[in-house]
Ligand binder design. Structure first.
Ligand SMILES: NC(=O)N[C@@H](CC(=O)O)C(=O)O
Ligand SMILES: [Zn+2]
Ligand SMILES: [Zn+2]
Length: 345
C-alpha cells in the first residue's frame, strides 16, 4: 500500500481570492500548497482592463505572508466593451494569462458579463489570433431553462457555435459538473480543456438538499445527479491531459451563505489536496494525481511545470479548521462528510 507520494508542486487553475480583508484571510490557505493560480476577475467592480489586473496583482502580492511563494496568474473579465488592443497588450506583456467569459447574470458578480455574444466576436477573434485562452462559466441564464440543465444547454446553444465560428480559440470549460461537459471535451481537439473542482468530485445534488438544506454545499454550477459526479471522477482520474484541477474555491462569509438568499460558492482552499488525494486513492488512481494537479494545467496554458515538489503522507484522519477567520466574519471550510487521510507534509 502506498502511503507517501511526492509530486511536483500543484497549481490551481480557477481560484477566487477576492480583495481586502478576505484576500488577506484566504491567500495563505492557497499559497501553502499551490505554486500558482488562475485568479478570477469577478471583483466589484470587475477586473476588465490591463491596468486593473496589474493593480490587483500588486494587491495580491502585497497580501502574501513573508516566506511564502505564490504566483498569481491574472485574467481579464470579458465585457461587451472590452478593448481588444488593451487585452492584447496585457497578454503580450505577460501579465494576463486568460480572459474570463461570464454570461451576464450566471453567477456571483457576473452582472457585467456578456449578454449578446455577437458583440464580443472581434475580441474572441483577437484571442484566437494571439493564443490567449478563454475561460468560460458555462451556463445559460434563460429563466425557462432548469438550473440542472443550464450547463448542457450552454454547450449546445452557446459554446459549440462560438468554437465553430472561431477556429483556433483555446477554451477552458470551467468547473464542469456534468457528463455532457466531460463528453464535449473528450470529443473535441486539444484547443479545449476543462477544470474540475474538488467538491464536484465529492458531492451530488442530494448532499445539498436531503435532510435539510446545506448552504455550504451550494455553488454554481450547482452539483448534479450522482451519475454526473461519477463521470467527473472518471475524467479526473483518467490521465487525459485535457482535465485539470481548478478548485473554484470561492469564499463568502458565513453570514452571506447562511441566509434567506445565500451566496453561491464552496471554500476548499484549506483542504483541497487532502480532498483530491482521498478521492484519487479511493479510485486506485494515485498514479494519475500528479497529472491532474501539477502537469496537465501547465501543458494547456503552455507554461513550465513547477520545479519544487510536495510530499503527501497517508495516516490518521487529517485535522483542519472548520472555519477560517476573516475580519469580515468567519468562512466555513468545505467538509466532505468523511475523514481525509492524506496530508501534505
Ligand atoms: N462558483 C461559485 O458558486 N461562485 C463563484 C463564481 C463562479 O465561479 O461561478 C464566486 O465568485 O463566488
Ligand atoms: Zn463560475
Ligand atoms: Zn469560480
Amino acid at each position: 500500500m502506498t502511503d507517501t507520494l511526492t509530486i511536483r508542486r500543484p497549481d490551481d487553475w480557477h481560484l477566487h481570492l477576492r480583495d481586502g480583508a478576505m484576500l488577506q484571510a484566504v491567500l495563505p490557505e492557497t499559497a501553502r500548497h499551490f505554486a500558482r493560480a488562475i485568479i478570477m476577475p469577478n471583483l466589484v467592480p470587475p477586473v476588465v482592463r490591463g491596468d486593473q489586473a496589474a493593480a490587483y496583482r500588486d494587491r495580491i502580492l502585497a497580501a502574501l505572508p513573508e516566506g511564502m511563494t505564490f504566483e498569481p496568474l491574472m485574467t481579464l473579465y470579458l465585457t461587451e466593451d472590452t478593448d481588444p488592443d488593451d487585452m492584447a497588450a496585457a497578454h503580450a506583456s505577460g501579465l494576463v494569462k486568460a480572459v474570463k467569459l461570464y454570461p451576464a447574470g450566471a453567477t456571483t458578480n457576473s452582472a457585467s458579463g456578456v449578454q449578446d455574444f455577437d458583440k464580443v466576436r472581434p475580441v474572441l477573434e483577437k484571442m484566437a489570433e494571439i493564443g490567449l485562452p478563454m475561460c468560460v462559466h458555462g451556463e445559460v441564464t434563460d429563466a425557462e431553462i432548469d438550473i440542472f440543465d443550464r450547463e448542457a444547454v450552454f454547450i449546445d446553444r452557446v459554446l459549440d457555435p462560438i468554437r465553430k465560428a472561431t477556429p483556433g480559440l483555446r477554451v477552458v470549460m470551467e468547473h464542469i459538473t456534468t457528463a455532457n461537459g466531460v463528453d464535449y471535451v473528450k470529443s473535441n481537439n486539444k484547443d479545449l480543456g476543462a477544470t474540475i473542482t474538488a467538491h464536484h468530485l465529492i458531492i451530488n445534488r442530494n448532499h445539498i438538499l436531503v435532510g435539510g438544506i446545506k448552504p455550504h454545499y451550494y455553488c454554481l454550477p450547482v452539483a448534479k445527479r450522482e451519475e454526473h459526479r461519477l463521470a467527473l471522477l472518471a475524467a479526473a482520474t483518467s490521465g487525459d491531459a485535457r482535465y485539470f484541477l481548478g478548485t473554484d474555491s470561492a469564499p463568502h462569509t458565513d453570514a452571506n451563505k447562511e441566509m434567506a438568499c445565500g451566496c453561491a460558492g464552496c471554500f476548499t482552499a484549506t483542504n483541497t489536496m487532502s480532498l483530491v488525494a482521498e478521492m484519487f486513492d479511493r479510485e486506485g488512481a494515485l498514479d494519475k494525481l500528479e497529472g491532474f494537479v501539477s502537469l496537465n494545467g501547465p501543458a494547456f496554458y503552455r507554461l513550465p511545470v513547477n520545479e519544487e515538489t510536495i510530499t503527501l503522507t497517508k495516516g490518521e484522519p487529517v485535522e483542519y479548521p472548520d472555519k477560517i477567520d476573516c475580519e469580515d466574519g468567519p468562512v466555513t471550510v468545505f467538509e466532505p462528510g468523511f475523514p481525509l487521510h492524506w496530508r501534505v507534509t
